[in-house]
Design a protein around this ligand. Structure first.
Ligand SMILES: Nc1ncnc2c1ncn2[C@@H]1O[C@H](COP(=O)(O)OP(=O)(O)O)[C@@H](O)[C@H]1O
Ligand SMILES: N[C@@H](CCC(=O)OP(=O)(O)O)C(=O)O
Length: 376
């Protein structure tokens, strides 16, 4: 008899290319610092997967927590500069621990540090993808973390959940396993009496009512909210996500009914489309009239200045912008062909052919070319 989708975790069990994200809360001791025992257990399980031929990419938090001990800090620092100092001291500690733990099983590891900016810039994104592919070809387990030491408050992931979803896009993973200190999404804060694990989520909208505002562990950053965003990003691109605790990883690999499974809401799209839809950050918004929304969304045409009613932000040509319907909701994203200052005087201007010939004005170039936009 076929298993119900809520119980069928075979997608994680059978994934040939798997991204695993582990949060600080699953790698640290209650009194702070790295918990070598837990890190070793994680590395042992993942090394076995790798030796079985599964291509594993590990996205690991824990640098800041690991750096607290060497710097004599008893609490996770709150200011960016001290977090960066802790990450700088801790990233080496973290990688040394992983290198030793994986090497015991004959598995090689490589460090990959990425910034949010590396994801936004197309050339960096493509380069990161190439590096990860090569590492996997060489049977190395890439261990990814945010490059905290150069991150700024404005351009930073902070948590690694969304970074993990972007890495899953980058390597075209079959599944994303999010490991935390909690064994799944609960229908309320797990510390509240009577709350229950939600075994299966079809769309993240379906759980929009669930309270995820409650803080998590002392050392984690994103909490449950960023895990839901990550799940939404990955499932939109056809990647199944299982959220569970590090302690239940072995059960997850056996296909047992553990954690919360988020099943795909979309199908895998070309790499450039994935990047445009999820990895870039918008430098501005362009509001369209109804006709332009119809043309862009249904007929998939380029956007011309005549269909624009308002622009917001100080973008320059080549930046990513959001295209919005008259009511403000985002219908597409694209690479804009104009600087904001150049586009502003053209907004809504229609020059018919005769007038254009009279004034010898060239046909206006598209605001966003159809090949440079992705309908959401
Ligand atoms: N509805 C919920 N279901 C499960 N966990 C929740 C929920 N709301 C908040 N949380 C909290 O989210 C925490 C996990 O996030 P976080 O501390 O950032 O972990 P990590 O370090 O693994 O990324 C859990 O410890 C839990 O207390
Ligand atoms: N890059 C940071 C991640 C910070 C963090 O706490 O992330 P997470 O535990 O995934 O919420 C680190 O290595 O400490």
């Amino acid at each position: 008899m076929a298993k119900s989708p809520s119980l069928d975790r075979s997608v994680v069990r059978d994934a040939r290319r798997l991204v695993v994200k582990v949060g600080s809360s699953s790698l640290t001791a209650p009194q702070g610092g790295l918990d070598g025992f837990r890190l070793q257990a994680l590395a042992t399980t993942l090394a076995k997967r790798a030796l079985d031929g599964v291509e594993v990419v590990l996205v690991s938090s824990g640098a800041i927590a690991a750096g607290m001990g060497p710097l004599g800090l008893t609490r996770r620092p709150k200011d960016l500069a001290t977090q960066q100092a802790a990450a700088s001291a801790g990233q080496g500690v973290l990688m040394t621990a992983y290198t030793n733990a994986f090497t015991m099983h004959g598995v090689k590891v490589g460090q990959v540090l990425l910034t949010a900016d590396d994801m936004h810039r197309r050339s960096h994104y493509v380069n990161a993808s190439r590096t990860l592919e090569r590492l996997l070809e060489l049977e190395v387990v890439p261990i990814v973390n945010e490059n905290d030491t150069v991150a700024t408050d404005e351009i930073r992931f902070g948590d690694n959940d969304r970074l993990a979803a972007l890495v899953a896009h980058l390597v075209n993973a079959d599944a994303l396993l999010l490991l935390s200190d909690v064994d799944g999404l609960y229908d309320g804060h797990p510390s509240s009496a009577g709350t229950r694990r939600i075994p299966h989520v079809r769309t993240v909208e379906e759980v929009a009512h669930v309270d995820v505002s409650g803080g998590g562990s002392q050392l984690g950053t994103g909490g449950m909210a960023t895990k839901l965003t990550a799940a939404q990003m990955a499932t939109a691109e056809g990647i199944s996500v299982l959220l569970t605790s590090a302690d239940q990883m072995t059960a997850a690999f056996s296909g047992d009914d553990v954690g919360t499974l988020f099943t795909p809401t979309g199908v895998k799209s070309p790499a450039r489309r994935r990047w445009l839809a999820h990895a870039t950050s918008a430098a501005g918004r362009i509001v369209l009239d109804d006709g332009a929304v119809e043309a862009v969304v249904r007929r998939r045409t380029s956007l011309l200045p005549v269909g624009v009613t308002r622009i917001e932000g100080r973008f320059t040509a080549g930046d990513t912008v959001e295209l919005c319907a008259p009511d403000g909701h985002v219908v597409a994203r694209g690479l804009v062909g104009y600087d904001a200052a150049e586009l502003r005087p053209l907004v809504g201007r229609r020059l018919d052919r005769a007038a254009r010939l009279r004034t010898e004005a060239p046909a206006p170039r598209p605001v966003v070319r159809r090949d440079d936009l992705v309908v959401l």
